[in-house]
Design a protein around this ligand. Sequence first.
Ligand code: 6R9
Length: 634
Amino acid sequence: MSNIPFQIQNFEQYQQYYSQSVEDPEGFWADIASNFYWRKPWKKTLQWNFTEPDVKWFVGGKLNITENALDRHLAERGDQTAIIWEPNDPNDDAVHITYRQLHQRVCRFANVLKKYGVVKGDRVCIYLPMVPELAVAVLACARIGAVHSVVFGGFSAQSIADRINDAQCKVVVTSDGAYRGAKEIPMKAVVDDALVICPSVETVLVMSRTRTPVSMIKGRDRWLEQEEKYVTAECPAEEMDAEDMLFILYTSGSTGKPKGVVHTVGGYMVYASYTFANVFQYQPGEIHFCTADIGWITGHSYIVYGPLCCGATSVIFEGVPTYPDAGRLWDITDRHRINILYTAPTAIRSLMGFGLQYVEGKDLSSLTKLGSVGEPINEEAWHWFKTNIGKDKCPLVDTWWQTENGGIMISPLAGITPEKPSYATLPLPGVQPVLVDENGNEIEGNGVSGNLCIKFPWPGILRTTYGDHERCRQTYFSTYPGKYFTGDGCLRDEEGYYRITGRVDDVLNVSGHRIGTAEVENAINMHLGVVESAVVGYPHDIKGQGIYAYIITEEPLNDADLTRKDILATVSRIIGPIAKPDKIQFVAGLPKTRSGKIMRRILRKIAEGDTSNLGDTSTLLDPGVVDEIKAGAL
Ligand code: 6R9
């Protein structure tokens, strides 16, 4: 029997269990993990080093995460709603799926995957809109031990192909099309374009959503509805090792192509569920609405796995916050009596701009807790959300974490930890943050800032980057040997509260989406006539950060505006519309040092509109280019 309770009740307990989790991490996590259903107990709780790195939790334990997310709820709450699906069009009926129904749908889907030869360890790419089938497909993979790789619906054919090829996916799950706000978007056609260069894919399962005409290739493409008719709703769960791969999720870094972050079954399950229950102080029967897309880690952990493992009711919303108008999230909250609302600062800032008339008349009294994730939340947005949506009675948790973390790392516990606008506040039990200076020395004490590292493993930490362990080591464990480096800058105030100040590497955060500057530059450089480019971020009122591109072309442009649009089309085609620069400035040269390195610091300043103090430019090869760029700044 465990000594440490699964859910923290008050601040004294938080302090007590936090200390215990640091003094005896293995004992702490063993107690927490004992709240789950394991087919076989683990032999060793933790085995680790941050040099290779090699991290294993619950070594030798056997389980299946879907038995925890579905089967174990059937006896007690089989008829409780597991998923509420809110379609894009508010005039269409919402769909309620009980745990029992979800279990059956997952088993059916799993049997279809099996029929097409998918076995434990095979990779399945999922490219779907926010429909119940997305959660079903994810869980169906987990049921049979296949590794899911969900690709966000906004990515281009090229991005899908890169991800499919990197993971050598055998099956792709997609839909004919998608509804997003007033738009109807092709999905299958995009997958078709990708598959031209993806020889590993044997089968494409297509769900019908928009019934837009699609090409269906004999022997490869199958209609999902059709396939589901011929399989049963019984599918025993595959026995998985705690350290077997659960999923791959691609995310951007400061160099090259996106990396496939790998999470494993046991540790991820424990961490996503523990953080869900504690940060949101989930109470049985509460309805949880996370507005993220399942294509991102937030959706994986706090729409699918965390809530379902805790037996919660989780909302899947197909549309966008501004359709049919800027009151949509409040309308959903009102109609479905939402208790927990977890969203992103960019959405709050955008809705704030539309004015309070969209909030008025909406009954938001069901709300008990609010959350924010994805990027730093500015004080204005924090207060607006807290006051106008939470009516000053709901705790608001600013949750800091990353794809690589599996779950929330630094955050208040709702209603327990004192809040401080724009602060993620305190680390969760099991999380040991440290701030380091440029030389890698730990900065002790309070009232300090530095680069944020974590010095001890937690169960949700990434295990590797798919197919390239060395890249994982390089990216996260080599900058500060012995520590996991987050890539974020951070301040620890006089009281020891943490405030994340943003990335210190070349990763942008645009509307909460992570985009590497190098990735955008590579896409721009593919455009005909582009010689070189440099991409930086600049502060953007709604998106948090905007993308500013400086571009050198081979020849003077006849029609700069048209070329700008052409380049945007190329970026959309190579990465996806989310990576399109907000501003493009054509320049004759870039500020380079004598060794040929672009001085991004200068470009960032100019993009920010702060040209008064550009610092030392004496090491530049040609300081003259700076004046020219300044003169043409947008
Ligand atoms: C969960 C998620 C991770 C990056 C991270 C940081 C930024 C996320 C934040 C935050 C300040 C918060 N970030 N939450 N910055 N306050 N509450 O967003 O994962 O897409 O991998 O992004 O997002 O810069 O390093 P991911």
